[in-house]
Ligand binder design. Structure first.
Ligand code: GDP
Ligand code: MG
Length: 177
């Protein structure tokens, strides 16, 4: 996980968006530091975190931006999206409303970000299967229609978090190479 003294071939900015409390900050904490907290206040105020990894023998620094509480509609500024080459659009599988808001987030993303941005739709909290309110099929169908990657994750159990980031970063890598 350490970034120190590493030669960096690429820096990719990736933004996290989606309703409040869907687990964006914990997905980032899991990816960047392999940590998880049930206390959501733990990461407030952090602009972005980085992790350097290797893709096809090149060193890639992923710079992941977190909204830090600006999730109200239209509160995320264009500076947040500027320069982003990837986006993770997150909803909570136990909260239908967070999924119903995804088209709105997608619209906002597409109006602010580069048109070639790589987007993955993420249904987080897959560990809470008993409380599921969004069928996997609904999300899969939406993602296919919109041309997005799609995965369900659990930041708590560390399921598919690594795979989600690798999916986005590898796709970006392939586009620039
Ligand atoms: P954010 O507002 O989107 O950044 O959401 P947070 O990362 O702050 O998470 C909101 C709440 O959901 C916190 O209490 C987290 O501990 C919890 N949470 C986040 N990810 C998961 C997960 O995968 N499973 C479960 N059960 N809880 C999660
Ligand atoms: Mg947060």
């Amino acid at each position: 996980y350490g970034d120190a003294n590493q030669k960096v071939d690429y820096v990719f900015k990736v933004v996290l968006i989606g309703d409040s409390a869907v687990g964006k900050s914990q997905i980032l904490a899991r990816f960047a530091r392999n940590e998880f907290s049930l206390d959501s206040k733990a990461t407030i105020g952090v602009e972005f975190q980085t992790r350097t990894l290797v893709i096809q023998h090149k060193s890639v620094k992923a710079q992941i931006w977190d909204t830090a509480g600006q999730e109200r509609y239209r509160a995320v500024t264009s500076a947040y999206y500027r320069g982003a080459v990837g986006a993770m659009l997150v909803y909570d599988i136990t909260r239908r409303q967070s999924f119903d808001h995804i088209p709105r987030w997608l619209e906002e993303l597409r109006s602010h970000a580069d048109k070639n941005i790589v987007i993955i739709l993420i249904g987080n909290k897959s560990d809470l299967e008993d409380a599921r309110a969004v069928p996997t099929e609904d999300a899969k169908e939406f993602a296919e229609k919109e041309g997005l990657f799609f995965l369900e994750t659990s930041a708590l159990e560390s399921t598919n978090v690594e795979t989600s980031f690798m999916t986005v970063l590898t796709e970006i890598f392939n586009i620039v190479n």
